[in-house]
Write a protein that binds this ligand. Structure first.
Ligand code: SF4
Length: 605
């Protein structure tokens, strides 16, 4: 049993520059499966809930899963679990590409990073061993430059990397971690790297990846290919759209549905959307699709162009960036958006949090809460692309108001006060993803209750936007949100791409797992495991001081946007409170959002 695992954890201590290998026992593997399951158990066991996320007690658990490196498509992601500098709670964050396969082939299922290096270092893990290397010459370098330098130093073209840029070094709370053309965006993994004086990690491996039952596994892989191909042949397939133009394919539809967050959520519709959506980039800029390891969807779009900012090449912008640095800031300039996307890639910043912070600052300036002058004649105002580009630099360097915004919207609103908290678009400290709680009840509840803060990874977005269920319907929405949270948690133990769940039923994930690992999971038990993990995260967050009081939305979500469609119902407090209590009841939590003893017993916690 467990043939598809390496059954080994590599622990690297940066303080004393040592490393050790620990076995992963059967019970641990059986109970937590992999990916976020492994990371959640390790973090909640090893890192005190009250630890400072940017202090020496925090750890990073870099995890792969049982299907990583196998023939199964859409299982190329890597999961990092840590305490988030934005929320101070637990977070799991993901990047695709090729790093996960390299980790699996290196002979480990988890790399645990702990301690703090005395000076800036990078780490390499190769068949030649584990090395911790001083790298003062990489200070201030972009993530892309750092990754190239680490690859060059090892001389291995099979080395796959992750690195921080300036934002991570400066501990911008939403600093990301770049991994070649992908990124661990949400939650501040780059800041945690920076707090540990860790610039980059490179991994190469040559170990085989085995499965328990090869014929059964081949059949399960063939079945999942059929499912994906059938889905992609449908006229309105989201995956087919991703394959053709990238994740920005749906922007026009969202706009038509008056659900495109615009001008810091003051509007639901953006006239300039057609200039910055996926189709516009595909048509107007040289484009090359890129895939994560073994993926037939290849949703990543590399764009290269001569622009007024010079020659640019970058992956994306992704849909979420078209919102955050586009419609939210009232920016319809595709070249400037590409430049801003590249700035975030180079400095290593989550484009979502960065854009929400900038839109927030624009509204603060509009209301006279902060000065609008950014220097050199650049005015901080909606629609000014130059202000976005200037402010991204100021945040990465922590200069001027960038010093305040580097702390995130929640903390910035506390500093600037004067009612700014009401339109600071965050929950638990994490900035809003690209969806409107005012329009979509599932999003309202998901943003409020997600263990990661205002996160869209576990939301019924497709069902609401496609019209399969009315966006403003309350009935049944809490059950739907709970189900998708549990289901996505379960498949994240396999470190599945989030998009797989758009087409693949839970039973097929379980078939793959059982054939690869020799286990006998049922879909029902697998879903139970997802719920169990959700509750483990919740208990940890409660212990970290994040109470049910933080399951709430900012005031802006209860204001009616000027262009709100007349035939739709805006979100009211009464609706939201009813949704939340319904959700607590379904979760088996009390009215304050605390899991009951009965539910914890059912979940074997
Ligand atoms: S769908 Fe996109 S993000 Fe997901 S595995 Fe494929 S290329 Fe990677």
């Amino acid at each position: 049993m467990f043939e598809c695992y390496n059954r080994r954890l590599l622990r690297i201590n940066l303080s004393d520059r040592t490393h050790s290998v620990e076995p992963l026992d059967d019970d641990f593997i059986r109970d937590y499966v992999g990916g976020m399951g492994f990371g959640t158990q390790l973090l909640t066991t090893e890192v005190p809930a009250t630890a400072d996320p940017l202090g020496p007690q925090n750890k990073l658990f870099v995890c792969v899963g049982p299907l990583t490196g196998t023939l199964a498509p859409l299982f190329a992601q890597t999961c990092i679990v840590m305490k988030s500098p934005l929320t101070s709670g637990i977070i799991n964050t993901y990047a695709g590409g090729h790093l996960g396969v390299a980790i699996k082939q290196s002979g480990y299922d988890v790399i645990a990073i702990e301690g703090v290096a005395s000076d800036l270092v990078y780490v390499t893990i190769t068949p030649d061993g584990v090395r911790i290397v001083d790298c003062p010459e990489l200070r201030g370098k972009t993530a892309r430059e750092a990754e190239a330098a680490v690859k060059a130093a090892t001389g291995r073209d099979d080395l796959h990397t992750m690195a921080i840029g300036l934002a991570g070094e400066n501990k911008v709370r939403y600093a990301s971690l770049s991994s070649e053309t992908r990124a661990f965006g949400r939650g501040g993994a780059g800041a945690v790297f920076g707090s540990k004086n860790l610039k980059a990690i490179g991994v190469a491996g040559i170990e085989d990846v085995r499965v328990a039952d090869p014929p059964a596994f081949e059949a399960a892989v063939a079945a999942i290919y059929r499912t994906l191909r059938d889905d992609m042949a449908r006229p309105w397939s989201l995956l087919a759209g991703f394959s053709n133009v990238g994740t920005g394919v749906g922007m026009q539809l969202v706009n038509e549905k008056s659900a495109l967050a615009t001008r810091n959520h003051q509007l639901t519709h953006f006239e300039g959307a057609s200039r910055i959506d996926g189709a516009a980039y595909r048509e107007n800029f040289p484009t090359r699709p890129v895939a994560c390891f073994g993926c037939l969807v290849h949703c990543g779009m590399l764009h290269k162009a001569s622009t007024r900012f010079g020659e640019l090449w970058t992956r994306g912008p992704e849909y979420e960036t078209m919102y955050s640095l586009g419609s939210l800031c009232f920016n319809d300039d595709p070249e400037a958006l590409m430049k801003a996307n590249l700035q975030c890639e180079d400095h290593g910043m989550d484009t979502l949090s960065a854009g929400v912070n900038i839109a927030f600052a624009m509204e603060c300036a509009e209301r006279g809460i902060i000065p609008a002058d950014l220097g050199d004649g650049v005015k901080l105002e909606f629609g000014n692309a130059d202000a976005i580009i200037r402010l991204l630099e100021m945040i990465a360097h922590r200069q001027g108001i960038g010093e305040v915004l580097a702390e995130g919207t929640r903390r910035a609103a506390q500093v600037w006060d004067q009612g700014a908290e009401e339109f600071a678009l965050q929950v638990k400290g994490t900035e809003f993803a690209a969806w409107m709680p005012q329009r979509m009840r599932g999003i309202a509840l998901t943003f409020a209750t997600s263990n990661r803060g205002a996160c869209h990874k576990r939301a019924p977005i497709g069902l609401e936007i496609s019209g399969q269920i009315p966006m403003d319907q309350i009935e049944g929405r809490a059950a739907l949100v709970k189900d998708i949270q549990d289901k996505v948690n379960a498949i994240f133990t396999l470190v599945s791409c989030r998009f797989a769940e758009f087409a693949v039923p839970l039973e097929q994930f379980v078939d793959l797992l059982n054939a690869a690992a020799g286990t006998d999971w049922t879909a029902e038990r697998f879903l139970w495991m997802g719920e169990r993990l959700w509750n483990m995260e919740r208990l940890y967050n409660l212990a970290a001081g994040i109470s049910g009081e933080e399951d709430r939305l900012p005031e802006r979500c209860f204001e009616v946007p000027a262009d709100f469609p007349a035939d739709q119902k805006p979100l009211t407090r009464e609706d939201f409170n009813a949704l939340l209590q319904d959700y607590y009841r379904l979760r088996g939590w009390n009215e304050h959002g605390v899991p009951t003893a009965e539910r914890l017993k059912m979940l074997e916690l």
